[in-house]
Ligand binder design. Sequence first.
Ligand SMILES: [Zn+2]
Length: 291
Amino acid sequence: MPELPDLTIVSEAFHAALAGRSVTRAAAPAPLAVRGTPAELQALVGQRLARIAQRGKFLLLDFDPDRVVVNPMLTGRFQLARPGAPLPSKTAFVLAFGPRDSAPSATAEWTRGAAWMPANSEAAEVRYRDPTQMGKVYLLPAGAERPVPGLTDEEPGPDADDPALTLEEWRSRIRRHPGELKNLLRNQSFVAGIGNAYSDEILHAARLLPFRKRASLAPEEVDELYRAAGVTLANAIDVLRARVPPTFEQQVRDFLAVHNKGGTACPRCGTRISEVRAGGFITSYCRGCQQ
Ligand SMILES: [Zn+2]
């Protein structure tokens, strides 16, 4: 499942590649994934892309004047392609863009001069592919009321790497959630953007067991969890910036310390990593150095 670090890379790269271009074609090969009408889809043609951004586990595409929001859920992935490149199977949604007609605002430094960046004079395409068809693409024409579950119906908490999420704010927000730490980190109303993989990584970095109750944490453990979340996400973003492009549709997870590494040695203490499967999700942790 794409989480905050994965979507940060996609949003920074796609913003740098596509903002300032206008849509030349909009298509929905798997229309069930799209929340919106064919007329709303076609109305995107001619609209200029102002900005692509990530918020929690959502990708936001701001056109002038409409908006498109994608919630990739478990298996949704984004591809940046040249027009005419073979369309992957299970592609649900395609936006083709013409040459760039104005410079994009505020591009991430790491994207500048990148080899995968389409030239300003070239066309480019975004494909959204989803083998399980669980994710959704929401078309949000200017002025229309269409709720995006998890984004507009209930306000998510701040992004887990939002500079506005200070230690003080973290301490205050965490008090409302007494339950297990893994569930707490994945609760988007606490902080947004963390899912099954990075919750395991953050808890390993904080040396806390996933099934510990928040109510059992000492104040310094609450603070350590904050520090671990910041460091883990920032490190992952650094790794992904170097490793993901140009295959944005592939999820890179092999560098993680514990998640999905059950049976292998903990990189910190050498103990065999434990794994619990519940509700279709894997939780991985180390009995040797997490408590
Ligand atoms: Zn360990």
